[in-house]
Design a protein. Structure first.
Length: 379
């Protein structure tokens, strides 16, 4: 194996999920709060559009950048929601935002480069960056400031090797949302910006701000997985300055050829008709967030700030453990509750667990009961 591939770290959340599935095969009734995906079905209009596309024979390659119709619809969404004008030529449709990230870091990171990002962070970021020989420089976000990245702390972390700043608002795993002034301050630090906006649409106060508002040359990665409950459809996109697009197009032609044809039709339906579904899901998530935060605070988990977006609660478990990985497996094996170990999201979250509230009210209540009972007999 190449050292590059062998150096990748496992995605621990997936390891917990895979063990949970093994226990389920043995008949154990596991409650899943570990994986970050909506529990809602994909909106009907989206599924119908996919069926219609299959019936119409849209089962072949498309333009490597994605269909012009879809790129126009994505561009139109930015104009409508954020007042930013982008040409469809600056949009590349990809197999999930994960692939968009692979292209972005692949095109921008040289061996030895540093990428500044907040921690706790999405587990895959340092792995993507390391894969291209770079290093992620983690700037701790303060729980008592809602885990929002501090522009002054980022400024202090800049070195001559800093290649770019990576933003993620709303954030996985903290639910932090950068307010416009802070987003502007981060964008004005003068370094290239990559902004992962996959949780846009899932905020419980003010809507999230795109980095493109303050930095027309930001590289934005986003997709359909989270706000339209389309994780399994694998469709995302990348928006970048014009001068980068030919390189991204060449990467896609070589590495992926084109995004999936009929899923692009389904994505059109999501953009045209899916926002009411997103609004309904958001309302439900908001209620579940309050329920989960209340119940787990009662159990002694410290949750310093109410998450403002995405669908996660990062709960400090230091009253019970200083090893979140062992604790996550303990809860799984002994209480039949699957949670994500905080350490997956960086050392700063070593004593935390991440709970996903894309689960029913009953599942959240039952999970809290099981954890309560287990912790009571564990002592
Ligand atoms: C912050 C963040 N970015 C990107 C992704 C990848 O999403 P996808 O590849 O499904 O678009 C995830 C998935 O959990 C995520 O949490």
């Amino acid at each position: 194996m190449s050292t590059r591939a062998a150096g990748l770290q496992p995605f621990l959340v997936m390891e917990v999920l895979e063990r949970a599935q093994e226990l389920e095969r043995q008949g154990r009734p596991i409650i899943h709060l570990e994986v970050g995906e909506p529990d809602f079905a994909t909106p009907r209009a989206v599924c119908e559009a996919a069926h219609a596309a299959l019936d119409a024979g849209l089962t072949h390659y498309t333009h490597s950048m994605g269909t012009l119709r879809l790129r126009e619809a994505i561009a139109a969404r930015y104009a409508r929601l954020h007042g930013v004008e982008i040409s469809p030529d600056r949009v590349l449709v990809t197999g999930g935002s994960s692939l968009a990230m692979l292209y972005a870091f692949g095109a921008m990171v040289e061996p030895g480069d540093e990428v500044i990002a907040a921690t706790p962070h999405y587990p895959c970021y340092p792995n993507f960056i390391r894969f291209f020989g770079g290093r992620m420089v983690e700037v701790p976000s303060d729980p008592h400031d809602g885990y929002r990245l501090d522009p002054d702390a980022v400024r202090s972390a800049i070195t001559p090797r800093t290649r770019l700043i990576l933003l993620n608002s709303p954030s996985n795993p903290t639910g932090a949302v950068l307010e416009p002034d802070r987003m502007r301050a981060l964008c004005e630090l003068g370094l290239p910006i990559v902004s992962d906006e996959i949780y846009h649409g899932l905020t419980y106060g003010e809507p999230a701000t795109t980095a493109l508002r303050f930095r027309p040359d930001a590289v934005v990665v986003d997709g359909f997985s989270k706000r339209y409950a389309m994780t399994g459809w694998r469709l995302g996109y990348l928006i970048a300055p014009s001068f980068m697009m030919r390189t991204f197009q060449t990467m896609q032609q070589n590495l992926f050829i084109s995004p999936n044809a009929f899923v692009q039709e389904a994505a059109m339906a999501a953009l045209e008709e899916g926002d009411d579904d997103t609004a309904r899901m958001r309302e439900t998530y908001g209620r579940r967030r309050d329920l989960m935060v209340g119940l787990f605070r009662e159990l002694g988990f410290a949750i310093p700030a109410m998450p403002q977006g995405a669908f996660y609660v990062l709960a400090d478990a230091s009253r019970y453990t200083d090893d979140s990985l062992a604790f996550a497996f303990e809860l799984l094996e002994c209480a039949n509750v699957a949670v994500a170990p905080g350490v997956d999201f960086g050392e700063a979250a070593r004593r935390a667990i991440r709970l996903c509230y894309a689960a029913s009210d009953d599942a959240i209540r039952e999970a809290a009961n099981r954890v309560r009972e287990y912790l009571a007999c564990r002592g």
